[in-house]
Design a protein around this ligand. Sequence first.
Ligand code: NAD
Ligand code: UDP
Length: 320
Amino acid sequence: MAGKKNQTALVTGGAGFLGSHLCEYFLGRGFRVIGVDNFITGREANVRHLLKQKNFVFLRRDVSAPFGVKERVHYVFHFASPASPPDYLKYPIETMKVGAFGTYQALNLARDKRSVFILASTSEVYGDPEVSPQAEDYRGSVNPVGPRSVYDEAKRFAEALTAAYRREHRLDTKIARIFNTYGERMRPEDGRVIPNFISQALQGRPLTVYGDGSQTRSYCYVGDLIEGIARLAHSSLRGPVNLGNPDEMSVLELAKMVLKITGAKSALVRRPLPEDDPRRRCPDIRLAKKSLRWAPKVALREGLSRTIDYFRSQALGKKI
Ligand code: NAD
Ligand code: UDP
């Protein structure tokens, strides 16, 4: 992004999968970047290479509690939250706290600094959708007391709070509804389907297909997603806007693709379908295409190959 030197971006969840890519993206474009993370699901290793850069500051903080920074901040990217279903099921209260109190703290910071505020929301606000593809005006079908609700309802609350700050404080806010994104720096033991399948294939273990594997998802490569987030931050669009790859496929098809690319001979084993697991998910990205001139470029086969190379380069000691 040209002409943005001497500006500061603060990224909550900066040591996570997406947050670390976001930090790297803005550092690479001349920004000063403040990463904030408490490592609940993130890793120091994700930002170790950035710590040497003079424009990068890392703060170990829980953003659900008040956190202050002295300097001017031009952009606040609120990305802190467990995001993998096994993670948010393991940390249900922390997930609700960071979606609620964490968003409140990040919004207060943006209000005090007059920053642009960008919320990492999710396709999960649509719950188990009755329509497909999902457009931004679809209001969703969420079970408010099911196990996934700690994530879904926290994000719905975060969107509502963000909209309230826009109205009440005239804050420049943006809401990105991110669909399943994958790529380098996902933890092998993260529990989401792509890291699971890749780790299992590389270790010659069976790939765990939940249910009959006919449920669908649409997977976006991390580089494409980060480009979409950056375009949103610099646009006049407030959203909510869907960011994802509309190339929809079943979990079974994904498993077969991972086996093909890795060359693994692993079997597929069935495991119970988790409660409230959405049947299908596919973004309608017409708004992002029109308003941000953005569309994903990296095909799943290419993105998976890059991710598999990354996983190969990691020590894969741990079983899932
Ligand atoms: P991640 O678990 O890799 O990263 C989340 C980061 O937030 C971690 O580093 C974690 O330690 C940090 N964090 C959590 N609670 C915190 C707290 N209270 N204080 C400080 N740091 C805290 O997950 P991710 O996939 O990188 O997701 C990042 C964001 O994007 C999340 O808000 C998630 O809801 C959203 N999102 C991701 C996807 C996806 O497919 N990756 C899809 C939709 C939305
Ligand atoms: N899934 C699977 N095997 C796994 C992990 C997940 O079949 O080892 C399925 C899961 O039930 C869901 C889909 O893959 O239907 C995507 O799951 P993920 O946890 O990646 O993300 P979600 O979209 O459910 O948040």
